[in-house]
Design a protein around this ligand. Structure first.
Ligand code: ADP
Length: 274
């Protein structure tokens, strides 16, 4: 009888613990939702005045309000560069919060990958030239068009190429498109001759806010979100992302995606845990 009542008491306590856990879980989910919503709202609020700054700077640069001295032109160049950096940062937070809130849409269309890649890296070419790096594209002679979401893919590739340029001081960054005959997938490789990543850090670099050098005195700027955003975009496209790297020699990020992304695959991909 005693054993029975003890058992009963244990079960009662277990149920209570379970209920407490369930409540705590709900509270964490709600806090996370509020956090994402806050970041999304904040990013919107920050973007509006920043776009005004960018717009007026551009008007000034184009001589709309009169002829400028050399010093004024130089100052405007700095304003415009820094505003662009700030906008990129805000967009990163916005993307991140959308992904966290599960609000990323996938819209499949036919994509000419060769054209897509040259359009994607065009805005990064100035950065490459400013650092004295060569930015190459390698494409196979025959490339069929693919069906995927160009917006999601652009976000992933842009983040990989921006990182490659950021962490490379000498040499080149190469974006290589590959397709095996008869295969149902294609690959986009982003190779750099930069600082590389230590083996012990490789398993962690796709985690949110993770930076190999996270110190406040670190040399390279950033949020630690670029790779996690890239990975989530690739997963939404039912693809995989891999990395190979050697410290001091460079890194290769490889994205493998289906040639033809279909509705049901997208559903499954978006249901996969991040
Ligand atoms: P960050 O905003 O810091 O670039 P990411 O999520 O894009 O954040 O990358 C996470 C970390 O992975 C970086 O801080 C860096 O340490 C490392 N990393 C990413 N790409 C490269 C690369 N091409 N070469 C060397 N290190 C890289």
């Amino acid at each position: 009888l005693l054993a029975n009542s003890e058992l009963y008491e244990n079960q009662r306590q277990l149920r209570k613990i379970n209920e407490d856990l369930r409540r705590a879980n709900l509270a964490v989910m709600e806090t996370n939702r509020l956090k994402s919503e806050f970041v999304a709202n904040m990013s919107h609020e920050l973007r509006t005045p920043l776009n005004a700054i960018i717009g007026y700077t551009s008007l000034l640069q184009r001589g709309r309000y009169g002829t400028l001295t050399d010093a004024q032109t130089r100052a405007l160049t700095r304003i415009s560069e820094n505003s662009a950096n700030l906008l990129e940062l805000i967009n990163t937070f916005l993307d991140f919060s959308k992904i966290a809130a599960g609000k990323m849409e996938v819209n499949v269309s036919e994509v000419d990958l060769v054209q897509f890649l040259s359009e994607t890296i065009a805005p990064l070419d100035a950065l490459a030239r400013a650092k004295g790096l060569t930015l190459n594209i390698e494409v196979p002679p025959q490339m069929p068009s693919v069906s995927t979401d160009p917006v999601r893919l652009r976000q992933a590739v842009t983040n990989l190429v921006s990182n490659a340029l950021k962490f490379t001081e000498r040499g080149s960054v190469t974006i290589a498109l590959q397709i095996e005959p008869g295969a149902e997938t294609f690959t986009i490789e982003v190779r750099d001759t930069g600082i590389g990543i230590a083996e012990k850090d490789l398993p962690h670099i796709f985690e949110e806010f993770r930076q190999v050098d996270g110190s406040s005195t670190r040399k390279y700027g950033g949020t630690g979100l670029g790779l996690s955003i890239a990975k989530k975009n690739v997963m939404l496209l039912d693809g995989v992302i891999e990395v190979e790297s050697e410290e001091g020699r460079g890194s290769t990020f490889r994205v493998r995606l289906p040639l033809r992304l279909r509705e049901h695959e997208m559903m499954e991909a978006s249901e996969k845990p991040a």
